[in-house]
Ligand binder design. Structure first.
Ligand code: HEC
Length: 149
């Protein structure tokens, strides 16, 4: 075998190991990671709520809204098959109705981007409406896919 072929095989092997890593991630890790993500979004939602309720300039909501929108697309990736077991309130319907789950997750991404646009508009009334719609988009996923306490 030519040395270059060996080198290529080694690259392929290490690439395969990298690609396999997410699947090999302990389920507890992915559950903890997704919970941290949700907690971060909740904190940013509260920050925006304070701005709306305190009638502060909408511009203050830009950074927390962007943080929510930046996290939103990764939500679906944090529910790999098998991560239904452990310290989690994820309902089995996430995996049995994957298309439905991905639909509400995609709708949430769209809404999170609308929240950013509302904050950037500087229009407080628009921000208040977008905040309410975003809260509804959180609930639209929680009702069918998260265990009630
Ligand atoms: C696409 C579905 C989906 C969307 C959108 C969504 N959530 Fe969740 N959320 C879940 C699921 C499922 C869980 C349960 C996760 C677990 O226990 O493994 C959860 C858990 C949580 C938790 C509890 C985290 C913990 O520490 O246990 C909070 C807080 C939360 N979400 C807030 C929000 C907020 C705020 C939004 C909107 C800004 C939101 N979520 C949007 C599905 C969603």
């Amino acid at each position: 075998m030519m040395p270059t072929t060996l080198a290529r095989l080694a690259v392929v092997a290490s690439l395969a190991a990298v690609l396999a890593a997410p699947a090999g991630l302990a389920q507890g890790d992915v559950i903890a990671t997704r919970k941290d993500g949700f907690k971060g979004m909740a904190a940013n939602m509260e920050a925006i709520q304070k701005i709306v309720e305190g009638r502060q300039p909408a511009a203050g909501a830009i950074a927390p809204a962007r943080a929510i929108a930046a996290h939103a697309p990764s939500i679906v990736t944090l529910f790999p098959p098998g991560s239904d077991r452990g310290d989690t309130r994820a309902l089995p319907s996430i995996w049995s109705d994957r298309a439905g789950f991905e639909r509400v997750a995609a709708a949430f991404v769209t809404q999170a981007n609308a929240l950013v646009a509302a904050a950037e508009s500087g229009d407080s009334a628009q921000l208040a409406r977008a905040l309410q719609a975003t809260g509804q988009a959180c609930g639209a996923c929680h009702r069918p896919y998260r265990m009630p306490r």
